[in-house]
Design a protein around this ligand. Structure first.
Ligand code: UDP
Ligand code: MG
Length: 335
């Protein structure tokens, strides 16, 4: 995270800070989207001005090299509600979103892509759903306008897997267009491609999550920054958050269980080898089960030791940063 924090600290302060209290923050990650920005801004302001809520639009320039920053500067000059955060280099969409969310001041944060594939017209629908009391409203690109083989197919498989593993059943984890109550981000750190897993992660933390269908348009200007390889990263992230959420305070339960099972199997095979030696005249040095017995016992012991090491790192992690193993929703008569 230090890289990201450095980058954010190094970025310029928002140029025109509006003094009024902000109800709504729109956060957009932007990487080489020069030609999309002006039409996007026009459409955003048209939609947002029709909603009577004080808002800010936060563009995070994720190290673009195509004149995106110049275009954003012009937009920010014309409108004090536009904030621009410029990262030092290309950190990736998740980091850009994290930076934007960290700097958002609205009670509700809405994220969307800056490539005109998400439609600002959906914002009022998301807000209406939020008003029903949800903490997170996720967009579902029901009619997604992307190539089938490289994007829609892997994405639909990944979505099913994520829903199954996390137990949080929404159809489109990958859609950036989502609305969040800002308070749900307290103590949430996102890494890798993890913004895709946010609904599940936040739901585990106690947030109420729902989804609504949203529009989706084909990309007109610029190129998609992703291909198939992203799906694989998302899967690795999924494994990480599943582990972190379920066992981050007790890794020994995972390693210890696997280790104990392995040792038990090893002992079983060992006994079988002895049985065969004494009762079936199979010499131990000719018995392949001997190898299994030794191998499983060793692996088991290793796993248990790894679990103990993980326990030590977990304690260091929480205690060195003063992190608690819980998060608080509300306090009454307390600071
Ligand atoms: N993006 C970003 N940093 C990156 C890659 C992408 O900020 O390293 C932004 C990009 O400008 C766009 C959004 O993230 O606003 C989604 O990217 P893209 O449209 O390429 O993804 P796709 O819609 O094809 O999944
Ligand atoms: Mg896109």
């Amino acid at each position: 995270m230090t890289g990201l924090q450095d980058a954010v600290r190094g970025g310029p302060a928002a140029p025109n800070v509006a003094p009024s209290k902000v109800a709504l923050s729109i956060v957009l990650p932007v990487y080489n989207e020069k030609d999309n920005l002006q039409p996007l801004q026009t459409s955003l302001t048209r939609v947002l001005d029709a909603i009577s809520r004080a808002y800010e639009i936060l563009y995070v320039d994720d190290g673009s090299s195509d004149g995106t920053f110049a275009a954003l500067s012009r937009i920010a000059q014309d409108d004090a509600r536009v904030k621009v955060l410029r990262l030092r280099r290309n950190f990736g969409q998740t980091a850009a979103l994290a930076a934007g969310i960290d700097h958002a001041r609205g009670d509700v944060v809405i994220t969307l892509d800056a490539d005109l594939q998400n439609d600002p017209e959906d914002i009022p629908n998301l807000l209406a759903k939020m008003d029903e009391g949800y903490d997170v409203v996720s967009g579902w690109r029901k009619d997604r306008q992307d190539p089938w083989l490289t994007r829609k197919l892997p994405s639909s498989l990944a979505n099913k897997l994520i829903a199954w593993v996390t137990g949080v059943h929404i159809n489109d984890y990958g859609c950036t267009l989502k609305a969040y109550r800002r308070e749900v981000f307290q103590d949430v750190r996102i890494y890798g491609e993890m913004h895709r897993l946010l609904p599940a992660y936040l739901a585990w933390g106690g947030a109420s999550v729902t989804e609504i269908p949203v529009r989706h348009h084909p990309r007109i200007h610029g190129k998609s920054k992703y291909g198939l390889s992203r799906t694989f990263k998302v899967l690795l992230d999924l494994m990480t958050i599943k582990f972190l959420s379920g066992y981050s305070t007790k890794p020994i339960y995972v390693f210890g269980t696997a280790g104990a099972a392995s040792v038990a199997l090893g002992v079983m095979f060992g006994v079988y080898v002895l049985y065969q030696k004494f009762f079936e005249d199979v010499f131990a040095h000719r018995n392949p089960f001997l190898l299994l017995a030794v191998f499983l016992s060793l692996v088991g012991v290793q796993l248990i030791l790894m679990g103990l090491l993980a326990e030590v790192s977990v304690r260091t992690y929480y205690e060195s940063q003063g992190k608690t193993v819980y998060t608080i929703r509300q306090k009454l008569n307390l600071d």
